[in-house]
Ligand binder design. Sequence first.
Ligand code: COA
Ligand code: AMP
Ligand code: ZN
Length: 432
Amino acid sequence: MYLHKELETMTRPEIEKLQLERLQKTVRHCMNSPFYKKRFEENNLKPEDIQTLDDLRKIPFTTKQDLRDTYPFGIASVPLEKATRLHSSSGTTGNPTVILHTQKDLDEWANAVARCLHMVGLRPTDVFQNSSGYGMFTGGLGFQYGAERLGMLTVPAAAGNTKRQIKFMTDFGTTAVHAIPSYAARIYEVMQELGVDPRRDTKLKTLIIGAEPHSEEQRRRIEEMLGVKAYNSFGMSEMCGPGVAFECTEQNGLHIWEDYYIVEIVNPETLEPVAEGEVGELVLTTINREAMPLLRYRTRDLTRVLPGECPCGRHHKRLDRMKGRSDDMIILKGVNIFPIQIETILLQFKELSTDYLITLETVDTNDEMTIEVELNDMFTDDYARLQSLTREITRQLKDEILVTPRIKLMPKGALPKSEGKAVRVKDLRKTY
Ligand code: COA
Ligand code: AMP
Ligand code: ZN
């Protein structure tokens, strides 16, 4: 029932004892990081000041901006030659965020993902297919190594090409798939087009869904469509990737592995802890990482710690499904995008004015982004020129945000003007 029985079934006092030991070790280790060394000095803090778990609150928060300011390696706590992998995720503009891993970090990450997959009943006899993007997307290699660590036959199908994904499922006897929730609907749609009945023609029984917010209703729809049990998986590149928090078979919240992370929930305005059980911003401290531990990292994800005990016997806290973000990050097709990235590209075109509107909508079962942008006074009705301008804007945006937007060039003044702060993003996506 448990992959790492001792760690998974620790009592609360045991969890907290281990957390304090690991926190103190992590803080001492962070003094090898030029960033944290300076932060501690500036705040008159010493590693010895951390004597209890509550002392964590003496340490300042770490933010995405800190990651950008120290780009690429300024937060690392080990010399570069000890690091064996780098992942990066989108930053607001300019520099992305970079996370380094040692071989030990990668091993521990694989252990955490294997633990999650085992928790929902997957075993070496299962065939696991991963439809995440590989490369820098941590859902690719993260699930790959975790599924291999568990001993499953693992199919690195990667993103896209849905017909081929379905052929793999039927031919290889795939029993478990990792897909973002909106893509699960696309898989079902293409199955229908191909006359594939998931219950009759596949051995699918488990779906791992995550990387974007979704509702309980959406989960139930996915389960019904594909004839599977679907489990919510939460992670982020700054915390390795997948394997941070995961539902157990009770499907009543996501156990966060407290032997890896210390959880705080704070009010995003005051940065003070919220009352127990209230929604706020998730702040995480890594306590089992070598290359680049992060202390009190502001994730910007909004959630709460669920009250009560889980019948599964694990005492690791449970997070509620994510309620949104405390910043303006958009997640589209499993890709994180900040509107400012789009604005920065648009501003580079002298043909465009500063007025634009981003609309996110579901077209059939695909989530798409349309950007309407006004031309400036140089408006022309030269069709060929407008077409080539559209192509160039699309190309540059795709390079920056990794999904393909639809660009609509509008005459000046055509976009509705809003009172006060301009509305730049309209999210009309269906949660089907
Ligand atoms: N996962 C897997 N495949 C996806 C997907 C997703 N999140 N979103 C879209 N796709 C599929 C589309 O269905 C399409 O395949 P099909 O026509 O055979 O059905 C194909 O990818 C291309 O989609 P399209 O919308 O035309 O492309 P795009 O240029 O806008 O986006 C992607 C390109 C899909 C490759 C890019 O969005 C991506 O890599 N997404 C995955 C990110 C990811 O893995 N995140 C998880 C982190 S845990
Ligand atoms: P990335 O760093 O690309 O892996 O993206 C991490 C972000 O994706 C998180 O900070 C969340 O905003 C979002 N995310 C990941 N998993 C989930 C989930 N299960 N539910 C809602 N949002 C999620
Ligand atoms: Zn449980």
